[in-house]
Write a protein that binds this ligand. Structure first.
Ligand code: NDP
Length: 485
């Protein structure tokens, strides 16, 4: 019998599901059991061509609609997503393995927030009037044209919406390629947009690996590329986009610092560290995986952290009591287990976890290492799994310098009751998305993105509008034209 997660077809182009079984089969594996639940096919060159030409053809008419009309469609899509939150969350759990306890509140809901927020902004995208004596200039905020979105595997619904909603609000069309690991959810986003009234062709989904992404990025019809992925992929995609002078948004990886001063509320700090390391089993780009704890509270912090981490419930992700799911794939599990072994070899002190859980699926126990030093591999590289490194520090000056000593700059957090210090420290940290006495909140109203190698551009908020539109300025002369001859 066909599994309920199996989509009608692999791709969604020009308002309908499209199949081409000549493309390489991509098995969809449910991470909690290792069982194959669906198959899709990578896009063939013919499918890529169909998606790009459709999106190109649909864009101009979409941009000519009023912002109010476009916004209404996006807001209707948001409502449909919320009505179907349960089914969409189940699908997200099948796609990623993340527990339903999380997906019910963090995925379709976050996607709906983006559709609603950018739907609301669509009618407000106006230009300026600039008086110049009798003459004047007016500016218009115009769409970029055809945009490509490429997603990572940790938040397949959210990423499709965080890219699709601002792109469409500004009058662009989009071809979106999900990660081959999680191909299912973006198809539902495309289906819902059509149901909400989006014209066929403005949001299309094609499946495939990096080579399909590469074909999209290098196509001359494409005006913008928005990627969520790792730094190495980001460098490749950014370079390919530069060749065609395309706009880019790069949402890449991190190794973010979370700094806990000795005056912090210990339970809140432990909560922040748990949210910043173990949500989605640690598969979150903004995670605060270098937890710097001031020496005075170190052992107390570790004891409370170990106690609360012991309360994680590993199990069937479809059971709403389960609070901790598997790694997305066997491969990702093995990568993370490799880092755990490195941590042990390089002399970090294992506080809890440290191995694969004794159960079906790709579960790793939530793992905490203490006495981690700056040069250890687990403190330098993005692990993308449930591995927290706790490092000690003495002074503010020292911890800020150490926190910044990384190529990454996605997020940073600080826990302290001294607000003057909190703002000063955040001011000195090299990161795009920061937190004071909190960690990993990502409301659509706030800009999200990194500095240094962690990215270029911002998603969410009014900032995202700037990255999906461009300004045309028009000089208007009221009198005669003077010329030299
Ligand atoms: P990857 O960088 O491996 O892949 C990202 C996407 O790019 C995938 O869809 C991938 O396809 C595609 N891709 C790979 N090579 C190319 C290429 N040459 N041209 C075009 N597209 C290509 O990332 P993961 O999927 O492993 O995701 C994890 C990473 O994403 C982590 O580093 C994480 O930090 C980052 N991330 C960043 C976020 C942010 O907002 N800053 C949020 C979430 C994750 P395929 O995999 O199918 O081959």
């Amino acid at each position: 019998m066909t599994h309920p997660a199996q989509p009608k077809a692999s791709h969604f182009i020009n308002g309908e599901y499209v199949e081409d079984t000549a493309g390489t089969p991509i098995p969809v594996i449910y991470a909690a059991t290792g069982e194959q639940i669906a198959t899709v096919h990578a896009a063939t060159p013919a499918i890529v061509e169909q998606a790009l030409s459709t999106a190109k053809a649909a864009q101009k008419a979409w941009a000519k609609m009023t912002g109010t009309e476009r916004g209404r469609i996006l807001r209707r899509a948001a409502d449909i997503m919320r009505e179907r939150n349960h089914d969409l969350s189940v699908l997200e759990t099948y796609d990623t393995g993340k527990p339903l306890q999380e997906t019910l509140v963090a995925d379709a809901t976050s996607g709906a927030d983006a559709l609603e927020y950018f739907g609301g902004l669509a009618a407000s995208l106006t230009g300026e009037h600039i008086p110049l004596g009798e003459d004047w200039v007016y500016t218009k905020r115009e769409a970029l044209g055809l945009c490509v979105g490429i997603g990572a595997w940790n938040y397949p619904t959210q990423i499709a919406c965080w890219k699709g909603a601002p792109a469409l609000a500004c009058g662009n069309s989009m071809v979106f390629k999900p990660s081959e690991t999680t191909p299912l959810c973006a198809l539902k986003v495309a289906e819902i947009l059509i149901e909400a009234g989006a014209p066929a062709g403005v949001f299309n989904v094609v499946q495939g690996m990096g080579e399909v992404g590469g074909a999209l990025v290098t196509d001359p019809r494409v005006d913008k590329v928005s990627l969520t992925g790792s730094v190495p992929t980001g460098k490749k995609v950014y370079a390919a986009a530069a060749e065609g002078m395309k706009h880019v948004t790069m949402e890449l990886g991190g190794k973010s610092p979370l700094i806990i001063f000795d005056d912090a509320d210990i339970d809140n700090a432990v909560g922040g560290a748990i949210n910043g390391n173990f949500y989605s089993s640690g598969q979150v780009c903004s995670n605060g995986t270098r937890v710097f704890v001031q020496k005075g509270i170190k052992e107390k912090f570790l004891a409370r952290l170990a106690e609360r981490t012991g309360n994680a419930i590993l199990g069937d992700p479809m059971d709403e009591a389960t609070s901790f799911g598997p790694m997305v794939t066997e491969n990702q599990m093995n990568i993370v287990l490799g880092y755990i072994e490195k941590g042990k070899e390089e002399g970090a002190r294992l506080i809890c976890g440290g191995k694969r859980a004794d159960m079906d699926g790709y579960f790793i126990e939530p793992t905490v290492f203490a006495d981690v030093t700056d040069d250890m591999t687990i403190a330098r590289e993005e692990i993308f799994g449930p591995v927290m490194s706790v490092l000690d520090f003495d002074t503010e000056e020292e911890v800020v310098a150490r926190a910044n000593d990384t190529e990454f700059g996605l997020s940073a957090g600080v826990f302290t009751k001294d607000f003057t210090r909190a703002h000063r420290v955040i001011g000195n940290l090299e990161a795009g998305s920061c937190f004071i006495n909190s960690y990993n909140d990502a409301p659509v109203e706030a800009p999200f993105g990194g500095v240094k190698a962690s990215g270029v551009g911002r998603e969410n908020s009014k900032e995202a509008i700037k990255h999906f539109s461009q300004v045309k300025s028009v000089y208007v002369r009221m009198g005669d034209v003077e010329a030299a001859f």
